[in-house]
Design a protein around this ligand. Structure first.
Ligand SMILES: Nc1ncnc2c1ncn2[C@@H]1O[C@H](COP(=O)(O)OP(=O)(O)O)[C@@H](O)[C@H]1O
Ligand SMILES: [Mg+2]
Length: 212
């Protein structure tokens, strides 16, 4: 898997309510220091076509089989990589992704139980690149779900899953982090938001120092 050409590709992963959106603003500010361009993306979505696919994926009225869910995730990701991420990295920008392929391994692999060999093949073929650095915000399922619900609004199709689904998602994320310790930084996201932010910012600064 080729690493990002010139820029730096950072992704942030974790279950519902782990605090990804909360931490991203702080990471964005660190990456932008020195005047570097930062491109923030979210999944599924991030392009007009991808946002249309997001509707299909997340609206509670849809009855997607797991295989269709996986392929739609990668359809949106293929658009995002080619229209946004690769051009940004080629310009030397930093890309800050709210979820990427690790989420497919966690949700469609761990959660839905799909064969991870197929997901790895899609990663090679449809995504074609992997982040340089990935933050995993790890929090207990009940705590994360309580936070996500406190945000208000109607839960989307995936947020309506049962706790055992999210337990499998969490376990799959942790297994990926364990298998690739060089790329992953696992942050204890059960801490108060300030402490989570500080831990993530310190880990990013540390990584940037080692990869000038
Ligand atoms: N460490 C934390 N402790 C307590 N509440 C938090 C923490 N991080 C985020 N929150 C709150 O929990 C909710 C979900 O956080 P959010 O950043 O949207 O999670 P995610 O993007 O991972 O789903 C928000 O209302 C946010 O303000
Ligand atoms: Mg979020």
């Amino acid at each position: 898997m080729p690493m990002s050409a010139r820029g730096v590709f950072v992704s942030i992963e974790g279950g519902e309510g782990a605090g990804k959106s909360t931490v991203i603003a702080a990471l964005h500010a660190v990456l932008a220091e020195g005047g570097r361009e930062v491109v923030a993306t979210r999944e599924p979505g991030g392009t007009p076509e991808g946002e249309a696919i997001r509707e299909l994926l997340l609206s509670p009225g849809q009855h997607l089989v797991p295989e269709a869910e996986l392929l739609l995730m990668f359809a949106a990701r293929a658009q995002l990589v080619r229209q946004v991420i690769r051009p940004a990295l080629a310009r030397g920008a930093a890309v800050l992704a709210d979820r990427f392929t690790d989420a497919s391994f966690a949700y469609q692999g761990g959660g839905r139980g799909l064969d991870t060999g197929h997901i790895a093949e899609l990663e090679r073929w449809a995504a074609g690149l992997r982040p340089d650095l990935t933050f995993l915000l790890d929090v207990g399922v009940a705590q994360g779900l309580a936070r996500a619900r406190s945000r208000g609004g109607e839960p989307d199709r995936i947020e309506r899953e049962r706790e055992d689904f999210f337990e499998r998602v969490r376990a799959a994320y942790l297994a990926r982090a364990k298998a690739e310790p060089g790329r992953f930084r696992v942050i204890d996201a059960s801490q108060p938001a300030d402490a989570v932010r500080e831990a993530a910012v310190a880990a990013l600064r540390d990584w940037l120092r080692q990869h000038p």
